[in-house]
Design a protein around this ligand. Structure first.
Ligand SMILES: [Zn+2]
Length: 195
């Protein structure tokens, strides 16, 4: 496996943990816009997304999951015990996929506590801009390959539950609606308690 190049040091700005949208939400179904220029606002978004991903915790996060409809993703798929290897991609594009497939049990921070087996190409070649705006290209396999395809799907409004049958997808969606209602209730109760 060719390990993806590490991003250069980012802005050093204080990162903020942003709320993660839960499915169903129309922003999770939007086609995201390409980034015209990798400027400080994009670098700040990347910092926030990495902080949000590590806090969750997750191995990948796409900008639409924090309500920003731009083509930006972050990932870190190394073992929990290994040193962090954050990767940020702006305008990522899949150039090539292997014929060989891989089945992986996927989850998503926008569809909490649901895991389904998804079949995808085992290896992919991806081109993107890093946080400095420089073009990068690398091959991914294993969890990295699954993750990068899952995150790029988000940029096209696609979720991992789109790979399961309609019945199962409906069941999961109903559970998510319930979860959102419960969380909204908790929030109301908290606010009422504070008042
Ligand atoms: Zn996801």
């Amino acid at each position: 496996m060719i390990f993806p190049p590490r991003p250069r040091r980012l802005t050093g700005m204080t990162a903020q943990i942003r709320p993660i949208l839960i499915h169903p939400d129309r922003r999770l179904r939007a086609e995201c816009e390409p980034v015209a220029e990798v400027d400080d606002s994009i670098r700040a978004l990347i910092e926030d997304m990495l902080a949000t991903m590590y806090d969750a915790p997750g191995v990948g996060l796409a900008a639409p999951q924090v309500g920003v409809l731009k083509r930006v993703i972050v990932m870190d798929c190394v073992d929990k015990d290994a040193l962090p290897a954050p990767v940020a991609m702006v305008n990522p594009e899949i150039l090539r996929v292997s014929e060989e497939l891989n089945v992986h049990e996927e989850g998503c921070l926008s569809v909490p506590e649901e895991y389904v087996e998804v079949t995808r190409p085992a290896r992919v070649r991806v081109r993107w801009l890093d946080a400095a705006g420089a073009p990068q290209e690398a091959d991914f396999e294993g969890l990295w390959a699954t993750c990068v395809q899952h995150e790029i799907d988000h940029l096209d409004g696609r979720l991992f539950i789109d790979y399961v049958g309609p019945l199962k997808r409906k069941l999961i969606t109903e559970r998510m609606k319930k979860l959102k209602r419960a969380r909204a209730r908790e929030q109301e109760e908290r606010e009422a308690g504070v008042a």
